[in-house]
Write a protein that binds this ligand. Structure first.
Ligand code: GAP
Length: 524
């Protein structure tokens, strides 16, 4: 989180004595119900040793007993390499030398990222009657960012080396060299290894540009640094047109832009990235319980999609770290198993109070209150914000799914297989159709099978290389099921379906194939 002002008096107001949230009128569980499921899991307190405990691979028709030796550490460079060789994610404009820390998503990468976003939308909007979606323009006027506090506060402390003139984030250097972002002490330039750093300066992270043919002060517009403000600025229109009553939410996914001083770690921190944010408007006094409710919900979203629970933790923001609008903020951190990354933020969950609605009301002169008709009472709802990064979550899902296993080949020799054990809902392709041979005799039936599955799921048809290599290729990109069409298929109208994780194979009639796969690909 980059906004650096500390929470003011308003944000620190104590609502503990106020009544608990009312029972909601929709299908969201009431966080205060006596028997409400309450996930209080907090994750490990410190460095995690990833405990990979996959079941041993089940013997298959073509393989004997297999042992599983998953990696306990995965280096970032391994993930970067996999993404590059498989055309998932690679540098932008690489033929021109690339642009620092800017990445393109290839055919598989865009499927994976869009699946992450689809699952977020499904859980946050589609399955909730009280949450609606929207999409705000990326370019916005100065007034929005003035009112939100971004023009004044959205900055990082920057130090410049007087010798090599490189610039660094002061808080990052303090963490690296002194052990904590706010630790006291002298810093050294990481390049010159000397006390050559100047005084810290505040550096605003927003990108600006001009709209229209003439550059004037009035033509200046900003690329949004977060998707959140759209939900505050459009609050009245969305509330009025949807007739939602608190507690209700407005959600949005899309690109945000920050001129980060130190982007890096692949797609973990970039200047152009995607966010998935929801602003949940609640009656003041019910905010603390709703905040806890959303912390638990969001943690469960990651584990439901396959992130190992021991690789997640909740981290509470200290007083000094709280943003100017926040009463309480926690991060969901993921343990990235690369030595240089470790525990890092995936998502922030803030209680933003009524700061934003009040700020935009004051700046725009428009009424941004909610009218509670039964009680003839107007108020500014408090806001609970789960703010996740789509591109960052994609990286976490890749890390968590990555396994290296030793499996026997046809001759019983142990071979290494790299497998992405992605939840099928996230896997770029759900099914690969692989004719055993390129021979023309198999093609019409293989194409017929492909036509059957491709209308239902994102699928691939691949007839190149040996079948073993094609299985390995699909394992590496996380395809849950491979369907092989062989010469027997021409006789018995059945295909062999291979399961990515167990590597077991089953013979399935073509006319049963879609039903067989549908049972194994729920939610896909
Ligand atoms: N509206 C609040 C907000 O934007 P944030 O913690 O600054 O909060 C939310 O951002 C999430 O967006 C982060 O937890 C992270 O996942 C993602 N994010 C933020 N900056 C990012 C960057 N430079 N690159 C990739 N993802 C980023």
């Amino acid at each position: 989180m980059a906004i650096g002002l500390r929470a003011g008096k308003d944000a620190a107001a104590d609502t503990a004595t106020l009544p608990p949230p009312r029972r909601p009128r929709h299908n969201a569980p009431d966080p205060c119900a006596p028997n409400a499921p309450h996930r209080q899991w907090r994750g490990p307190p410190s460095i995690n040793e990833p405990n990979v405990s996959d079941p041993a691979v089940t013997p298959t028709e073509t393989t004997a007993a297999a042992t599983t030796e998953p990696s306990v550490t995965v280096e970032l460079k391994t993930i970067v390499e996999l993404c590059k060789t498989r055309g998932m994610i690679f540098p932008t404009a690489e033929i021109y030398g690339g642009v620092r820390s800017t990445w393109d998503y290839g055919p598989l990468g865009v499927e994976l990222k869009e699946n992450v976003k689809r699952q977020w939308w499904r859980s946050m909007v589609q399955l909730r009657e009280e949450v609606v979606g929207m999409e705000q323009a990326i370019l916005g006027p100065t007034e929005v960012w003035q009112a939100s506090g971004h023009l004044a506060n959205f900055s990082d402390p920057l130090v410049e080396c007087v010798k090599c003139h490189q610039r660094f984030r002061e808080d990052h250097l303090r963490e690296e060299q002194l052990g904590a972002e706010d630790a006291e002490g002298d810093l050294q330039c990481p390049t010159c290894k000397a006390d050559t750093l100047g005084d810290p300066r505040s550096f605003n992270l927003m990108f600006k540009t001009n709209m229209g043919p003439v550059e004037t002060a009035g033509s200046m517009v900003w690329l949004r640094p977060e998707t959140a403000q759209g939900m505050f600025v459009d609050f009245a229109t969305v509330q009025r047109t949807t007739r939602k009553k608190p507690p209700f939410g407005i959600a949005q996914m899309g690109k945000s832009f920050r001129n980060e001083i130190t982007p890096g770690n692949f797609v973990f921190r970039t200047r152009e990235f995607e966010q998935m944010e929801m602003e949940y408007f609640v009656e003041p006094g019910t905010d603390e319980a709703w905040h806890q409710y959303w912390i638990d919900e969001r943690l469960a979203w990651y584990t439901d999609l396959g992130i190992r629970p021991e690789n997640l933790r909740i981290r509470e923001h200290g007083e000094a770290e709280l943003s100017h609008y926040a009463k309480r903020t926690v991060d969901i951190d993921y343990f990235f198993p690369d030595a240089s990354m470790g525990w890092s933020e995936l998502e922030g969950l803030a209680n933003r109070t009524d700061f934003d609605l009040k700020a935009h009301q004051e700046a725009s002169g428009q009424d941004l209150t909610y009218y509670d008709q039964p009680n003839d009472h107007r108020y500014h709802p408090y806001v609970i914000e789960p703010a996740a990064g789509a591109t960052r979550a994609t990286l976490a899902f890749l890390f968590d799914a990555y396994r290296v296993e030793q499996v026997p080949d046809a001759k019983g020799q142990l071979q290494e297989r790299v497998v992405l054990k992605l939840d099928p809902r996230l896997a770029p392709y759900k099914v690969a159709v692989l004719p055993l041979s390129k021979k023309d005799t198999l093609t019409p039936t293989a194409r017929e099978v492909f036509d059957l599955v491709k209308v239902r799921w994102m699928s691939e048809y691949d007839e190149t290389q040996s079948i073993g290599r094609r299985y390995r290729r699909q394992d590496e990109i996380g395809t849950p099921y491979c369907v092989t069409v062989d010469f027997d298929t021409l006789e018995d109208r059945a295909v062999t379906v291979r399961d990515r994780d167990s590597m077991t194979q089953e013979r399935v009639a073509i006319d049963q194939l879609v039903a067989y796969l549908a049972q194994r690909l729920p939610g896909c």
